[in-house]
Ligand binder design. Sequence first.
Ligand SMILES: C[S@@+](CC[C@H](N)C(=O)[O-])C[C@H]1O[C@@H](n2cnc3c(N)ncnc32)[C@H](O)[C@@H]1O
Length: 264
Amino acid sequence: MSTNWAVLKQYARIFTVVVPKLLWQITFGIFITPKETYHQLERILELKDLFQQDKHLKSKSINDICSGDANVRDVVIIGNYHTDRSSDTRQLKELSSIAFLCRAMSFNKIFEIGTFVGRMTRIIAINSGKNAIVYTLDLPQKLVPHIIGEFYHDTDESERITQLYGDSTLFDYSPWYNEIDFCWVDACHDFEFAYSDTIVAFKMVKDGGWIGWHDYRHSAPWAGVTKAVRMFNSIIGGGIIHINGTTTAVLQVTADMKNKVGSV
Ligand SMILES: C[S@@+](CC[C@H](N)C(=O)[O-])C[C@H]1O[C@@H](n2cnc3c(N)ncnc32)[C@H](O)[C@@H]1O
């Protein structure tokens, strides 16, 4: 009885704090503190992205998606994630889900489209097979303000990482066709780019290999990656899964899919 009362009190407390705040924001806040209001409202969408079941793809936990090596329990996350930086992948659940996939499947050859500062590159290299090789592609250094791959430079993993430069939509991926165990798609998030990167990822990944997409936001169907992932999912006849608690989607590529799609 007392537990129910405590839950009820907590519910009322949250309700009386959150509802007036929201009402204020969608009426006056938009005009008085537009930036703050925008971020607060964006966070609501973000929560839907993370925790609500996706109506188009299935939403599952990474353990239920990937059986892999049943002995794998731990993942390794290294990096200065405690510092305030924007734009890079830093959501712990996202990092650890992909780290788990790499560990459980013990990937040998990985291709990342979109390096940025190389945090995910390093996480992938650390958690994949012991001798795994990671290829990572970004625009030519002179075209971007950040230092490409700076977070894997001078680390133990850097020897296993090959930095490639070029526009992801023009790059010649043919040497990697049907060679790759895991492709992480995370470059330009506009639809045309995300779709083009998806197609090349599918060409590079071999039968049984995996593709992962970052910034799949199922509460924002207008977002480029979301649209590209959904469109591609219907072309291959389904199979892409949203990882619960993340803005990440993954697919295990099968020979059937490859035959079905042919030369996309
Ligand atoms: C979201 S960041 C990648 C984040 C990184 N994968 C991670 O998980 O930390 C996107 C990167 O893609 C690069 N990029 C954008 N457009 C590109 C293109 N057309 N070709 C290659 N790289 C591109 C940007 O320079 C940027 O470094």
